[in-house]
Ligand binder design. Structure first.
Ligand code: PEP
Ligand code: MN
Length: 266
């Protein structure tokens, strides 16, 4: 099926001016209304069109912050009303889909701990049948390209055509420079097998360190990725999840300004 899939490019997403790279940013987690709105205003001021915030957080271990839940959807509605930004959140089951789509969230993503589970992905795909909302699929936490492609195929088979992939690196038992091993050959192979699927890089979850974001973002631009999803927070050090990897919207704006973009046609 992969070769014949008619996935639409990013110009079909409901964004006024699609820039390359397309940037999605906002906090790892929605924490409070004030944190969400303050960060969103910074994202707007940085010229970024899409605001992300996790409402339901799939934490590896219990007793960590597991997300604010459905009340965060009201904050995302306020973001949209006050800034005009498009909003994006993570969904991991049919209930999340129903609530997020019902609340008018514009873009969804499937997290790395969900892409590994074909039952969960199928449930999400079934809940989205007939709703062609843009959806991004993170790579599974384990380096399994077939699971990543399989998740994209399940969504496509349910009638979705605005599907993109996010490269967020792969878990490893070894201590290494990055929190998750990029294993660049895997997204490169994804792009070879599914050239029509737009590819985003997630330097935040690859590096786990705000000081290393720029080198990974640059590498993904050198490989012609279409987009970047980067976590930002109005007070990064105080974040309730992923504090070490978030940066202020202003620092993000500087990082983006320093990226060197080559012409994909060149
Ligand atoms: C996230 O985007 O905050 C997240 C939980 O990411 P991942 O699924 O890549 O771990
Ligand atoms: Mn995160």
């Amino acid at each position: 099926m992969s070769k014949e899939m008619k996935i639409k490019d990013l110009s079909s997403w409901p964004i006024k001016n699609t820039t390359r790279p397309l940037i999605i940013s906002g906090p790892c987690s929605a924490e409070t209304e004030e944190q969400v709105l303050t960060t969103a205003k910074g994202i707007k001021a940085a010229g970024i069109p899409i605001f992300r915030a996790g409402i339901w957080k799939p934490r590896t271990r219990p007793n960590s912050f597991e997300g604010i839940g459905a009340q965060g959807l009201i904050w995302l509605q306020k973001v949209k009303a006050e800034t005009g930004l498009l909003t994006a959140t993570e969904v991991a089951n049919a209930r999340h889909v129903e609530l997020a789509v019902g609340a008018g969230v514009d873009i969804l993503w499937i997290g790395a701990r969900t892409t590994v589970n074909p039952f969960a992905v199928q449930e999400i795909a079934d809940a989205l049948r007939g709703k062609d909302i843009p959806i991004l699929v993170k790579n599974p936490i384990n380096p399994d390209l077939e699971l990543w492609i399989g998740a994209i195929e399940r969504l496509y088979a349910a009638g979705l055509t605005r599907i993109a992939a996010i490269h967020r690196g792969f878990s490893t038992y070894q201590k290494q420079k990055y929190r998750n091993d990029p294993q660049w050959q895997i997204p490169i192979e994804l792009k070879r097998r599914l050239p029509q699927v737009p590819l985003f890089c997630d330097p935040s979850h690859i590096t786990g360190d705000r000081n290393l974001l720029d080198e990974i973002a640059q590498k993904s631009m050198d490989l012609n990725y279409e987009g970047l999803i980067i976590e930002s927070h109005c007070k990064p050090e105080e974040a309730w999840s992923d504090a070490k990897q978030q940066l202020t919207p202003q620092s993000l704006q500087e990082l983006l300004a320093n990226l060197v973009l080559r012409d994909p046609e060149a």
